[in-house]
Design a protein around this ligand. Sequence first.
Ligand code: CA
Length: 233
Amino acid sequence: MQYDGHVLVVEDEPALRIDLVDFLLARGFQVDQAATCRESLDLLERARPDLILLDLALPDGSGFAVAAAARQRYGLSVGIIMLTAFGDEAHRLAGLGVGADIYLVKDTSLREIEACCRNLLRRLRPSLTENADAAAPAWRVDEMLWQLLTPDGGVVSLTATEIAFLKPLMAAPHVPQKRSHLSPGGEPRNLDAVVLRLRRKIEAVSSHPPPFKAVYGSGYVFTGVPSEPRNSV
Ligand code: CA
């Protein structure tokens, strides 16, 4: 299994951002999120998304600045969908002027937004869909040896708590899991510390980013590709 595409969601309204992020994760996309221009620009320096879902009115500036920065850095290979409450022609033209590919008003349904994302991705990156069956680098937990094997051959020693966190996540990739399902005995108090430590251990041995993300207000989601189960998860 492979991601359908990497989407950066830029939106300062928390409820709307969470809706978009959760929906796109559940639909199989890899998702990063940002609430401000600053956060967006920082993220764009670290990684190139396939697609940016971009709010126009941000607390520290305009989405146009983010679009311009993305174009300057990555050219036309990044898809830009402007998402805004402003429906008027001036904003629409301004959005197209900096190279937005699609313009949507905010009452567009999540399903329509997904359809726009998929259409745009097909146009921009036909190889993404054509290569969907190619072997993707996978993550694997070896429960006998208490190890996480990274796609690039790194080995991370795991504690029982870390295995209890990874197993349910990897069993259902892209599906957010509640915090209470990810802790031994359902006690999530120290979960964030466990996850932080695991992140650092992975980052020490692999060039792949840790394959899980926090889902705001909910728990965590596995964002990597788990291997086919053999004697392990
Ligand atoms: Ca806004």
